[in-house]
Design a protein around this ligand. Structure first.
Ligand code: PEP
Ligand code: MG
Length: 334
């Protein structure tokens, strides 16, 4: 893999897709560099909030974020604001809900406690001192009201920090597209932010009404359903129209079959686990954009997920990538 590590993820006809890694921990960076990561596409900031018995202070957070920002600089580091709730409960903020995935999670939770978001964003901004590789990503946006309130708090934190440290730059701000309602508000969202990142773990869960963690229904959790593909194509097309970068950061970014179609849709980047990065780079370097477009044309007329997957698997085999199917035949299941 050493040779592959140093090569760009570019199709045989010259379309470049940036490959970033997902993290939330202080470890694992060596592996990410070994496989040639171009930066962090998703830092799940709730992880360091989870193994404790109280909220980390601003200084504790600043120090954590600083280590990541410095380790990767000048590569981009996308820090997502706290996405607690759902299946990611904080022991010191435990509450019982009948439907946690439809409850107090992600941005909703911190908008009800703005001091959490203000402290966290201040810590992120202070951690970026002297670097300009910080990007901030907002999870679980479902309405423009939520987005505007979150942006106002980020600006408030910035104004505040700037008075203390005039050198801190305002970071680019992105939104996770993972709640289906956001797909119908893409233009309004894109007018307000710099980039999008598609969270397929939640987007597929909410589009298909499949609990992402329930083994009994895991066989239905597939991003290749025509409804999901249409949603992905629409998000990517609209972002491209606005000239704003769009990435995929859910587990589906590591699914070789889906990646062929993402090449056709012109996704700008993928963010995935370090373990999945080499095989996805291999897929991108083996296909042409032109061939991916032919397949996508054909697939848009298909109605059955099994046939879509079978067609893409045959194509992977024909490109000498059959090994990836056997390796990653569960890669669409997180
Ligand atoms: C997602 O929903 O796809 C995502 C990347 O976020 P998480 O898995 O942390 O909810
Ligand atoms: Mg999510």
């Amino acid at each position: 893999m050493a040779l592959l590590r140093d090569k760009p993820a570019v199709t045989t006809d010259g379309i470049r897709i940036h490959l970033y890694t997902n993290t939330g921990l202080l470890s694992g960076h060596t592996h990410a560099f070994e496989v040639g990561t171009e930066g962090i596409g998703l830092y799940r900031s709730e992880f360091p909030f989870m193994n404790r018995d109280n909220f980390p202070s601003e200084e504790e957070q600043r120090s954590l974020y600083r280590q990541v920002i410095e380790t990767y600089a000048p590569r981009p580091v996308t820090l997502r604001t706290l996405d607690a709730g759902g299946d990611k409960m904080l022991p010191y903020l435990s509450f019982k809900e009948p439907n946690p995935f439809l409850g107090w999670r992600g941005i909703r939770l911190v908008l009800d406690h703005p001091e959490i978001l203000l402290t966290q964003v201040r810590a992120m901004l202070l951690a970026s001192h002297g670097h300009d590789n910080l990007k901030i990503l907002i999870p679980m946006i479902s309405t423009i009201e939520e987005l505007e309130r979150a942006l106002a708090l980020i600006h408030q934190a910035y104004d505040n920090v700037k008075d203390e440290d005039g050198e801190i730059k305002f970071p680019s701000i992105g939104v996770m597209i993972e709640v289906p309602s956001a797909i119908y508000q893409l233009e309004a969202i894109l007018k307000r932010v710099d980039f999008l990142s598609i969270g397929t773990n939640d987007l597929v869960q909410y589009l298909l009404a499949i609990d992402r963690n329930n083994e009994r229904v895991a066989k239905y959790f597939d991003p290749l359903y025509p409804s999901v593909l249409k949603a992905l194509a629409e998000i990517i097309r609209t972002a491209n129209q606005f000239g704003k970068p769009v990435s995929i950061c859910g587990e589906a970014a590591g699914d070789p079959a889906l990646v062929i179609l993402l090449i056709a849709m012109r996704v700008d980047s993928l963010s995935l686990s370090a373990g999945a990065l080499p095989r996805i780079k291999w897929v991108i370097r083996s296909f042409s954009h032109a061939r991916a477009c032919e397949l996508w044309q054909q697939i848009q007329r298909m109605e059955y997920v099994d046939r879509i997957r079978a067609l893409l698997y045959t194509e992977l085999e024909q490109h000498g990538l059959g090994e990836l199917i056997r390796l990653g035949n569960n890669s669409h299941i997180q």
